[in-house]
Design a protein around this ligand. Structure first.
Ligand code: GUN
Ligand code: ZN
Length: 574
C-alpha cells in the first residue's frame, strides 16, 4: 500500500486531533471531505479550496466510469486536473449506488483499477452496504462478500477506504472490524447513512464504539457519509477521524437548512440562527432566491455550518472539554441523548484512552456527567488511598479529603457548589502521602518519611515542592495538583514497584536510549512495553530493557495507543 502516515497530536475522550499524510499531502483530522458530484458541482472544487479552505474532498469514481464523456476526460487528465483541485481526493466506488439501486455495472477489481488509473489519493473497493434493518442472514451474507472483496484488492496500489459493514449487528461489526482492521490502515464504517438520516444515534454510537474497540488504535477511521454536523461531537468523541458529506448539497436541494442541532426547513424560518457569509449577505431574503441560486446558497450555508462545527469540536479537544460539548449538544435532541446514553455504556473503554488530566475544569452539567470516563478513573484510583476522612465530591462520590485538590476533583464544579464549600483541614504531609498512593499506586505512601519538607508557593499558598532530606524529591503542578517526580523520587518508585508498573520500557537500541537520556522525546516505535494501568497524561518512568532508569516524562498517548502506533510521540521527557 502506498504512502500513508498518521499520528496523533491532541487527545480528549476517545477522540483525537491527528495529522494524516497520503501521497505527500497532509491534512489535519478530524476532517470533513465535501462530496463533489462530477456531473454537477453545486459548489465547485475550486470554490471548496479557495473559499472554504477545504484540503480534502470526495467524488464518485463509478459515476465517472459509467459516463463515456466524463471517463475519457478524467482518464486523460487525471482526477486532480479534471476537478481543478490539487489537495487530497478520495473516490467512492459505487457502493452507495449499490445500496440505493440494488445493483451496479462494474466489478470490484475494475473499479479499483480505474481509481488507480485516474490518480485518486484514496480509493474505495466495492463493499456492500447493508441496510440497517436487513435480517441478520442477509447482513452476514453481504459481510462475507464484502470481506472477500477486501481480500481481492489487498494488493491495490492506492490507499483504500476499506469498508466495514455488518448492519446493526454488533457481532458482525466486530468481525468486520477485526478482519478489515488487520489489513488496512484506513478503515471506513459503512452503511450508516440511513441511521443518520433517521436520527438513529444510539445504534450509530454502538457501531462506532464496537468498530473502534476491535481495530488497532493507529487505524484512521472514516465514517462513510456521516455529513450532518449534529453527529460530529458524538462521532469524534468516539474516535472517528474522517467524514464525508454529500448531505450539505443534497439537503439544499430540498430546502433543508442545517444547524449543529438539527435540520430546519428554510421556508419556515422567521429568523436565521447563523452568521455565516451566506446568512449575513442574504438574511431572510435567502428564502426568496430561486432555483439553482437558492440551492447553491443553501448548500454553502450547510457547508459552512458543518465545517465550523468540526472546528468547535477540535477546539473542545484542545481545551479538554469534549465530554462537556457532547453532553451539551446531545441534550438538544432526544435521539442524540439516546446516543449519548449508549456512548456512556462504553465509558470503561473510553477511560483507557481519555487523558487523566486536562486543561479545563470538570463541569457537572447534568446527570450524565456521573458516567464520564474521568469518574471511572477517579473511582479506580481512590481505591488505592487509605483514608478515614472521606468527603463527597459530586459526581465522583466519596473521595479522600486528602486528594480533593487533584484534577478532576479539585476543579469539579457542581451546581450545588455552595453546599460543598466546607473546607477540610488536612496536614500537608498527609495530603502528599495520599496523593502518592492515588497517583502511583498503593504503597507509594511509604516513600514519604516524616522528615519530608513541603514548601508552598508564596503567591498561591499551595504546596509546590517536596524535599526529602536535601533531595528535591518532586514538585506539585499548580494547574492540576499532580506530583511530578524528580529523578530521586522516580528512582525510589522504581525500586518500590516491579516492572512494568509505572514504566515505559525502551527497546534494546542503544542509540535511542542515549537520545532519551539527552532529553529527546520517546517515540512509539522505540517502546517495548508500557504499564497498562498508566493513562495518557500520567507521569511515568522511562527505563531501558534491563530496567535501568533512563528519565522521567509524561505519557502523551494511552498505553493501548503506544502499542499500536509506529509513529508519533509516546513520552515527553522532562
Ligand atoms: N457511502 C455511504 N455509505 C457507504 C458505504 O457503506 N460504502 C461506501 N463505499 N460508500 C458509502
Ligand atoms: Zn448560515
Amino acid at each position: 500500500m502506498s504512502g500513508i502516515s498518521f499520528d496523533v497530536r491532541r487527545k480528549d475522550v476517545a477522540g483525537r486531533i491527528g495529522r494524516l499524510e497520503i501521497n505527500g499531502k497532509a491534512i489535519e483530522t478530524p476532517a470533513l471531505m465535501p462530496v463533489v458530484n462530477p456531473w454537477k458541482q453545486t459548489i465547485t472544487a475550486e470554490e471548496l479550496s479557495k473559499k472554504f479552505k477545504v484540503e480534502a474532498l470526495m467524488t464518485n469514481s463509478y459515476m465517472i466510469l459509467k459516463n463515456q464523456e466524463l471517463r475519457e476526460d478524467v482518464e486523460r487528465e487525471g482526477i486532480h486536473k479534471f476537478l481543478g483541485f490539487d489537495g487530497m481526493i478520495a473516490t467512492d466506488s459505487g457502493s452507495y449506488q449499490l445500496m440505493v439501486y440494488g445493483a451496479v455495472e462494474t466489478t470490484n477489481k475494475e473499479i479499483i483499477k480505474f481509481q488507480e488509473d485516474i490518480g485518486s489519493d484514496i480509493g474505495s473497493f466495492l463493499d456492500i452496504p447493508t441496510l440497517p434493518d436487513a435480517y441478520k442472514p442477509r447482513a452476514e451474507e453481504q459481510l462475507y462478500e464484502t470481506l472477500k472483496r477486501a481480500e481481492e484488492i489487498a494488493d491495490a496500489k492506492i490507499v483504500v477506504n476499506a469498508g466495514i459493514q455488518g448492519g446493526k449487528y454488533l457481532d458482525l461489526r466486530k468481525k468486520a472490524a477485526e478482519e478489515i482492521g488487520k489489513r488496512f490502515p484506513l478503515v471506513a464504517i459503512g452503511g450508516i447513512v440511513p441511521l443518520m438520516e433517521r436520527y438513529r444515534f444510539s445504534e450509530l454510537a454502538d457501531i462506532i464504539a464496537t468498530v473502534k474497540q476491535n481495530i488497532p488504535q493507529d487505524r484512521v477511521v472514516h465514517a462513510f457519509g456521516l455529513g450532518h454536523p449534529m453527529a460530529f461531537p458524538l462521532a469524534v468523541a468516539l474516535g472517528c477521524d474522517l467524514f464525508d458529506s454529500a448531505a450539505y448539497a443534497l439537503y439544499a436541494i430540498d430546502g433543508r437548512y442545517m444547524t449543529p442541532y438539527g435540520t430546519e426547513n428554510l421556508d419556515e424560518l422567521e429568523y436565521l440562527p447563523c452568521s455565516c457569509p451566506v446568512c449575513i449577505e442574504h438574511g431572510l431574503k435567502l428564502k426568496n432566491l430561486y432555483g439553482d441560486d437558492k440551492v447553491k446558497a443553501l448548500a454553502e450555508h450547510n457547508l459552512y455550518v458543518s465545517l465550523k462545527e468540526l472546528d468547535r469540536v477540535k477546539q473542545a479537544i484542545c481545551d479538554g472539554k469534549l465530554w462537556e460539548m457532547v453532553i451539551r449538544q446531545c441534550r438538544s435532541h432526544p435521539n442524540l441523548l439516546a446516543g449519548l446514553q449508549r456512548m456512556l455504556n462504553h465509558s470503561e473503554w473510553i477511560a483507557e484512552l481519555d487523558p487523566i488530566t486536562k486543561k479545563s475544569a470538570f463541569y457537572d452539567i447534568g446527570e450524565e456527567c456521573g458516567r464520564r470516563s474521568e469518574v471511572i478513573n477517579v473511582r479506580e484510583r481512590v481505591k488505592r488511598v487509605k483514608s478515614d476522612n472521606l468527603r463527597e465530591v459530586r459526581p465522583f462520590g466519596m473521595v479522600p479529603a486528602e486528594v480533593a485538590d487533584i484534577y478532576p476533583l479539585g476543579s469539579a464544579t457542581t451546581f450545588r457548589e455552595i453546599e460543598d464549600q466546607q473546607t477540610y483541614k488536612v496536614r500537608d504531609i498527609v495530603k502528599v502521602r495520599a496523593l502518592m498512593d492515588y497517583q502511583f499506586g498503593e504503597g507509594a505512601v511509604g516513600l514519604i518519611p516524616d522528615s519530608t519538607r513541603i514548601m508552598k508557593s508564596k503567591n498561591t499558598k499551595r504546596m509546590r515542592w517536596i524535599y526529602v532530606g536535601n533531595e528535591m524529591a518532586a514538585s506539585i503542578r499548580a494547574s492540576d495538583h499532580f506530583i511530578i517526580p524528580h529523578d530521586w523520587l522516580a528512582g525510589k518508585l522504581k525500586e518500590k514497584f516491579e516492572r512494568p508498573k509505572l514504566r515505559v520500557v525502551l527497546d534494546d537500541d542503544e542509540e535511542s536510549v542515549a537520545c532519551v537520556k539527552e532529553g529527546k522525546s520517546v517515540f512509539c516505535k522505540f517502546v517495548k512495553e508500557v504499564d497498562a494501568n498508566l493513562r495518557c497524561g500520567d507521569e511515568c518512568i522511562v527505563v531501558d530493557s534491563k530496567d535501568n532508569f533512563v528519565k522521567t516524562g509524561t505519557l502523551m498517548l494511552s498505553p493501548k495507543e503506544i502499542k499500536d502506533f509506529k509513529r508519533g510521540m509516546a513520552v515527553r521527557i522532562r
